[in-house]
Design a protein around this ligand. Sequence first.
Ligand code: IPD
Ligand code: CA
Ligand code: CA
Length: 268
Amino acid sequence: MARTALLNVMVQAAIKAGRSLVRDFGEVENLQVSRKGPGDFVSAADRRAEEIVRGELTKARPTFGLVMEESGEIEGTDGQHRWHIDPLDGTTNFLHGIPIFATSIALERNGEIVAGVIYNPVMDELYTAERGRGAFMNDRRLRVAGRRELPEMLFGTGLPFIGKGDHGRTLRELRYIMPEVSGIRRAGAAALDLAWVASGRLDAYWERDLNSWDIAAGILMVREAGGFVSDLQGKNKMLESGDIVVGNEDAHKQLLRLLKQAEVPNQD
Ligand code: IPD
Ligand code: CA
Ligand code: CA
C-alpha cells in the first residue's frame, strides 16, 4: 500500500511520539508504588509526546493550523488545513500501567477530515486512513465486522467519570443495551475504540462529550473501513457536538435505536 507524502509525515510523527511514550510508560510502572504516584510524570510524558508530534508536523507543513489537546489551537497561515492532535489518548490507562493508549493525528482540509493516523506503540498497531484510499492496520486493509445480529455483537463505549457527564443517563443506556448484546467494553481510549470498530474487533461504539482530537482520525478510519458514523441524532455533527455512534450498517442502526429508547426514563 503506497502512502501519500502527507500520510507519511503523520506516520513518522506518531511513531516518534510512540517511542517517547513507550520509554516513559516503562518508568510509570516504577512510580506506581510511590505515595505521590506517577501523575506529574504522566503529564510530562503527554506534553513531551505532543511536542514531538507538533515539531514533526510543523517542520513538514509550516503553514498548517494545529488543534492540540495540551497546547490548544494555533491558527495556520494557509487557512485550509488543520491538524487535530491527541498525543496520548488513554491517559488513565497509561497512568495505571495498562498498555491501551495511542497517539491520534488527523488532517482536516476545508472542513473535511482527509487523513488519519492512530498508533498504539505498545502493541505496535499503526492504523492509517486517507479519504477514498481505504483504512489499514499496518499493511492489512481494514473492514468493519460483518456480524448482523445484536446477540453476536460486542460494543464499546466510554463511561463518564468523576465530575464528568450524565451518570444517570449512562446507566439508563447500559440498562437498555446490556441485555441485547454479547458484551460491552470500556477500553479507555476513544481513538482506539474507533480503530477497533474499523478493524472489526468491536461491532459498534458510542460515547459523548469528546473532542475533535479524540475522534477526527477515527471517524475517517471507520468510514474508510466501510462503517457508518453519526452523532446521537443520526446526523453528521460529531465534531461539533463531541457525540459519536459508529458501527457497521446494522450495528449502527440498532445502536441508534437503543440509545433513542433509553432517552425516556422508564418508571420501574
Ligand atoms: C479520554 C479517552 C477516554 C474517553 C475520555 C477521553 P484522554 O482521552 O479517550 O476513552 O472516555 O472521554 O477524554 O484524556 O485519555 O486523552
Ligand atoms: Ca483523548
Ligand atoms: Ca490526551
